[in-house]
Design a protein around this ligand. Sequence first.
Ligand code: IPM
Ligand code: MG
Length: 368
Amino acid sequence: MKKKIAILAGDGIGPEVVAQGMKVLDAIAERYGHEFQYCHADIGARAIKKTGDPLPAATLETCLNTDAILLGAIGDPEYDNNLDLTVRPEQGLLRLRKALGLYCNIRPVKTYAELLHISPLKKEYIEGVDMVIYRELTSGIYFGEKGKSADGKSAFDTCKYEVHEIERITKHAFDAATRRRKKVTLVDKANVLESSRLWRSVVTEYAKQYPEVKLEYMYVDNAAMQLVLCPKQFDVILTGNMFGDILSDASSVLVGSLGMLPSSSVGLKTSLFEPIHGSYPQAAGKDIANPIATIKSVGLMLQSMGLYKEALAIGNAVSLCLTKGIGTPDVSPVITYTCSQMGDVISSIITGSEVNSDKVEQGVSTII
Ligand code: IPM
Ligand code: MG
């Protein structure tokens, strides 16, 4: 199979983790006889520095002319430390999501037996957690009307949803539930927000088409608590843009590290794959970031292309590393690897190059 992939490395650790994602794609190409062509484009703070725009027209063009997009991370301390700057890296990502119609963001959260001990939560609560968050990504409070009064003494953001925006992601969530444990939890704040009440009525109505799927409702404050108290109750979580943003970061605590969680965003024109973590500027350039979230995002990309055994090969290679106790510092591994060594070892497992376990255990080398 021949595919063109847009590479939007972005800021901070973005380029480092994306480089590992490409290594793994190359390994897949070699092992399974595919051809992946990469088209690099700028986004975020990097793009502002070069062009003054966090989403240059050329980047959008590249994304529209490729089969899928791999994105690293967006964000830069220069902007975090000066919130008055009006041109901001995050605008690049938000505009990209909107322009490409990427309304459905899918964030799988699955705990690994080998990493249970690094979570601050008790093992018996998180063992076997397997859920997926369906986060609406192109509407709600992120994109509603916003403003600030002339005297600077008040500001507002509007959370607005339309029926069709709720329906189209609800379909994805329920379709997923039918393939999984057949339960959808709609997370909202319907006791307070009008937009949440719209979500409830639309989802309740839509759910009638899926009699085999159980629909539950949960207020977002309770959901935040239930996520840490009793996470195994969740199968598919369906929620709006901001609640999904918050709950997905919280759910990474179950897995042990934000560096482990991938995501895919699907919608009208194309699909985008990115780790859920940010640009982690403190680690940028140090080769210590965990590339697994990005590598697993590559797995989701391959799955979306119908390359199931290739996606499985990535999942198996990641699991093998964890079983051997190999990992980047964030997962407190037995054998600490750099970001690029992780990319190397996962690629070599995929291509079938033999891994020398003695040397791996000594932390000396990964490949004979
Ligand atoms: C995410 C991120 C983004 C978001 C930021 C970088 C704008 O936190 O993808 O979860 O809030 O959606
Ligand atoms: Mg987030």
